[in-house]
Write a protein that binds this ligand. Structure first.
Ligand code: B12
Ligand code: SF4
Length: 478
């Protein structure tokens, strides 16, 4: 069978808690999950699939349909977050109109949460939930060998399928993939030059994943309390070396918290240093998972920025979010990071249930006091099926399971509501602007950036990011 792995054009994305203007200007990340699935399939079957990533390739609906007719795939596989479900369904519909025989398979974070609801949508034939590498390959080899045979499809865990208009969702796959057994993501199927990031430190950006899962319990996050697994240092360093050979000089580890197993990470960093790997990279971490020894190794091996989920200045609100962190730990970690010569990005949150305006402004002052290179103030958003979402439903802050309604009947009219009993959405957006403005316009921040600028590209990156943030209101209201 001929397979097209597809990232659809962005036509109907939902606005997230970060203003669209800002989100849109951040550049293009590769779809690592889909590239992993493609790589595993290719290695297992020897068939070369096609991969089209429409947004960075500048492929619109018309061009996509033209290429689709040329390629004539039997199966189109797309990865979806809740935020681009509508794009995937719209595109699936158009492709089916162009060729009613084509099959559509969807996977990714939204499908993991709502497999049956997604399968019920027009034009969807198969859904894969959980880690997709093996499941998708099993599906394809089964279809190749036996066609759409219900007795065979029934045996594939993690698969949902349609038969005679009826929805079948098999049990979940409980066996997690062995990370070292996975091939590296199928970067050879895309043009890596098309990926970039607004605040990067190199010329060629790409992403990598060294671990999966996170044992922490943050209530707003999908990944909470999932089994943490690491790739071996040798396996990770080989991929980093391969990326460097391909011209990548700016890498982002998309791991949820790469610093959970410090011993393994330190061995990886030591190996990078020993092998003389030259790369700039950034990671995400919890403030309570780092220490000076680890930071020294991160710095020596090329880490230039850590993204910390700090969220709030208030112990009460941190507790509400089950963050398991304290402002003291945050201050200490930020100071260590600065002392190690590594920059950091502070993810902050406002509009947490029961938060007052004063609390939010305290969060801004706290953000200023820890002196990050960048800070982002997101509006607390109860994402689908998260603990926070259920908590807010339980407290009556949300009056209905609106994500369920969206999953069952996704409509372009749907708008995420930034629910909060005390503030309207417009007020929350105003407050968000005020937080960004207070942070980025503070004389101390401006002075720090001027004195810290290392190079022209560093300066332009900061200037672009600052301009984006400060003008985001203007742009999003257009
Ligand atoms: C990097 C990242 C981003 C990047 C890039 C996204 C991209 N191009 O993929 C950026 C910064 C742009 C981003 C933005 C956002 N993100 Co984000 N992001 C991530 C992160 C940290 C890693 C994604 C990744 O590469 N994972 C690694 C791969 C290997 O995992 P995977 O994608 O899940 O893929 C596996 C399976 O899902 C499955 N699979 C996936 N696709 C497919 C397709 C098929 C056909 C098959 C068979 C299987 C399959 O197989 C894969 C391999 O095992 C995840 C958290 C996470 N751990 O996944 C959040 C995550 C995906 N993001 C999330 C959110 C909420 C957002 C934002 C809304 C945040 C915000 N406040 O603005 C925006 C939305 C942007 C938009 N408008 O679409 C949520 C999604 C929740 C949901 N219900 O959809 C997640 C899960 C984080 C969370 N804490 O809950 N994000
Ligand atoms: S530490 Fe990060 S990945 Fe882990 S549960 Fe909290 S927000 Fe999610």
């Amino acid at each position: 069978m001929k397979i097209l792995f597809l990232v659809p054009p962005e036509i109907l994305p939902l606005e997230s808690s970060v203003p669209k203007a800002l989100e849109g200007g951040k550049g293009y990340y590769p779809k690592l999950g889909l590239l992993y699935v493609a790589a595993y399939y290719e290695r297992a079957t020897g068939n070369r699939p096609v991969f089209i990533d429409c947004p960075p390739e500048g492929v619109n609906e018309e061009t996509l349909l033209k290429r689709f007719r040329e390629i004539k795939p039997d199966m189109v596989a797309m990865s979806i977050m809740t935020f681009n479900l509508l794009d995937a369904l719209y595109t699936a519909d158009k492709l089916k109109q162009a060729d009613p025989n084509v099959k559509i398979c969807l996977g990714g974070p939204h499908v993991n949460l709502y497999p049956a609801e997604t399968l019920k949508q027009n034009a969807v034939d198969y859904v894969v939930f959980g880690e997709g590498e093996k499941i998708f390959t099993r599906l394809m080899t089964t279809l190749d060998a036996c066609g759409h045979a219900p007795e065979k499809l029934k045996t594939i865990h993690g698969l949902g399928w349609m038969n005679d208009g009826k929805v079948y969702v098999n049990g979940a796959e409980t066996e997690l993939v062995e990370l070292d057994d996975l091939p590296f993501p199928a970067r050879h199927l895309v043009d890596i030059k098309q990926y970039n990031h607004l605040i990067s430190e190199g010329r060629q950006f790409f992403t990598i994943q060294a671990t999966r899962g996170c044992p922490a319990a943050c209530s707003f996050c999908d990944i909470r309390k999932t089994q943490f697994r690491c790739r071996s240092p040798e396996n990770v360093v080989r991929e980093v070396e391969e990326l460097v050979e391909q011209g990548v000089d700016d890498l982002f580890f998309v791991d949820d918290t790469i610093t959970i197993d410090k011993k393994n990470l330190m061995q990886t960093l030591e190996l990078m240093i020993k092998r003389g790997v030259k790369i700039n990279y950034k990671i995400s971490a919890r403030v309570d998972t780092i220490h000076p020894e680890l930071l020294a190794l991160l710095k020596r091996s090329g880490c230039y920025r850590i993204h910390f989920g700090i969220e709030s200045a208030s112990p009460r609100h941190l507790k509400y979010l089950q963050k398991g962190q304290t402002p003291e730990k945050t201050k200490r970690a930020c100071q260590w990071t600065r002392e190690a010569g590594i920059g950091f990005f502070a993810y902050m949150m406002i509009g947490i249930p029961h938060e007052t305006r004063e609390d939010m402004m305290e969060t801004v002052e706290f953000a200023k006091s820890i002196k990050p290179d960048y800070a982002q103030f997101s509006i607390c958003t109860p994402y689908p099926k998260t603990e926070l979402y259920f908590q807010m439903l339980g407290e009556g802050i949300l009056d209905e399971d609106y994500w369920q309604r969206f999953a069952e009947a996704p409509s372009p009219d749907f708008k995420i509501k930034f629910w909060n009993k005390d503030f309207t959405e417009a007020q929350l957006r105003e407050l968000q602007d005020e937080c960004h403005s207070r942070f980025y316009r503070s004389p101390a921040y401006i002075m720090k950036q001027i004195t810290k600028v290392k190079s022209w590209s560093d300066f332009t990156a900061k200037a672009r990011m600052g301009t984006k943030i400060l003008t985001s209101r203007l742009m999003s209201s257009r």
